[in-house]
Design a binder for this molecule. Structure first.
Ligand code: MG
Length: 199
């Protein structure tokens, strides 16, 4: 993990996503889905089959209707340490969707509490373009596009911590404003690179 240097501009606002960045939603969704469907289909799905950010109906049902699903998610490796480190140097907000489901909103608040991250404010919205910030850290191509397109000087870190094909579906026109990261160490590296463009 690189350490940020003292002269880095620290007044940047970072918007950090939950699912796919802080916590691993896909691994349990795929595991539950396979348990429910293998008997009928004889097919085991893997992360490589997730080619679209919008999951198939059978998978969406799992996270919409499993009690405490989002509260029980495991953090991605390095996520808790990484975001804690960023929050010491930048203004950090969690920005996440709750899919109009109050149980999911409650679960996410509980998750943040379980990992002692309540010092980082959480914003729940389906439209991340509405949120004012400098750098978005997200796995969803459409959130990256909407945020970056919402104003000049906005940039994004496209996060792919599990090798999911959907993360590669980035529009050509936003690629100049995006850096990619495959681990939390790389996320910290990319934040540093965006913060000192003229080193
Ligand atoms: Mg996400």
């Amino acid at each position: 993990m690189i350490k940020l240097q003292r002269r880095v501009t620290m007044n940047k606002v970072l918007l950090v996503d939950f699912d796919g960045v802080m916590c691993d939603m896909l691994t349990p969704v795929i595991a539950i889905y396979n348990r429910q469907h293998y008997h009928y289909t004889g097919e085991m799905l893997s992360i490589k089959d997730i080619t679209d950010w919008v999951l198939p109906a059978g998978m969406k049902d799992i996270f919409m209707h499993t009690p405490n699903f989002f509260a029980d998610l495991k953090p991605h490796e390095g996520a808790i340490e990484g975001v804690t480190y960023l929050a010491r140097h930048f203004k950090v907000y969690f920005v996440t969707d709750a899919l109009s489901n109050p149980n999911i909103a409650r679960d996410k608040l509980r998750w943040r509490e379980n990992y002692e991250l309540t010092n980082i404010p959480i914003i729940i919205t389906g439209d991340k373009a509405l949120i004012n910030g400098d750098i978005i850290i997200d796995d969803a191509p459409h959130h990256l596009k909407n945020f970056i397109s919402s104003g000049s000087g906005k940039v994004g870190i496209s996060v792919d911590l599990k090798g999911a094909p959907y993360t590669q579906k980035l529009d050509q026109d936003i690629k100049p404003f995006i850096k990619t990261a495959k681990s939390w160490d790389e996320i910290l590296d990319r934040v540093y690179e965006f913060s000192v463009p003229f080193k």
